[in-house]
Design a protein around this ligand. Sequence first.
Ligand code: 5GP
Ligand code: MN
Length: 343
Amino acid sequence: ATLFKELMLETAALKDLLAKPKQIVITTHHKPDGDAMGSSLGLYNYLIQKGHHVKVITPTDYPQFFDWMPGNEEVTIYTEHVEAANQLINNAEIICCLDFNNLVRINEMGEVIRQAPGFKIMIDHHLEPEDFDDWRLWNINACASAQLVYEFIVNVMDEPHLINKDVAACLYTGIMTDSGSFRFPLTTSGVHRIVAHLIDAGADNSRIHQLVYDNSSESRLRFLGFCLSEKLEVLTEYHTALISVTHAELERFQIITGDTEGVVNFALSITGIKLAAFIVERTDKVKLSLRSRGDFPANEICKRFFSGGGHRNAAGGSSTDSLENVVKQFKSILPEYKKLLIQ
Ligand code: 5GP
Ligand code: MN
């Protein structure tokens, strides 16, 4: 209830704004994950029921295992249709920014949105939001942005009856993926109640798990095997495990967007490991994915050393240095954090 106290004042104005059909753009972060797509398409499927003209624009492509989501055929990938997307953004009366809170997270789209005249709504659960929005539903204790979209529809807009099976399937996917299939600490009983409502509203939970998690190519699975058998380094002294992969190795396994998703979690699943890193040489830069246990601040490492950020237990960053140097740099950081890592 406290979450909405301050919001209530401005909610009347927002309801007014959404009372008549509007041109709306929904966008989400670079390389969208399940929560990015789930919250965006969840909101999309809600807004179209109210008669709005809605477009979802993603900054980049996203994994094929989200292609099945209702509304997917309406998604525009910014880099593939820059001019059309710019036009949509500039003509939008409302721009909804979901699952990110800093315009650098949407690449070159960021400045277009900053300059755009539309009313900007942020729905997000990441730390330290940038001040570019006109209205926000922001809570770092939400396990997923999809949870906040649910709360937006049910508690802010008072329209629980508009949670139809399409909205439900999308929001279920967002919550399922960002909560690590309902296992991370923010998966409260309240989240389970929301999920129960989504299933009652028509989310086919078993099917969604299969579509997202049992939908790998053979080469993706062989790549995972290769990472675990050949590339895993366990730094016992620092309770840290890391996997680093060259660009040539990505090509050897014909890795496509989404195929590296989840690899880092295997490194973190080793008993006693407190910090896990997946470091990969992409075409333009080296990308790091960090995961940690308990109070170890993975986001602090990403922020201090790799121009990134994220949550305490799941963070990311990048570097323009070589893969070899990034791995060296990562290892050189560990002594400073040894106390925290071994406690
Ligand atoms: P992943 O490792 O799955 O790419 O990202 C995990 C989390 O770290 C994301 O949810 C996001 O919050 C954060 N993250 C990943 N990459 C970046 C980045 O380059 N910059 C920032 N600020 N956060 C990132
Ligand atoms: Mn999220």
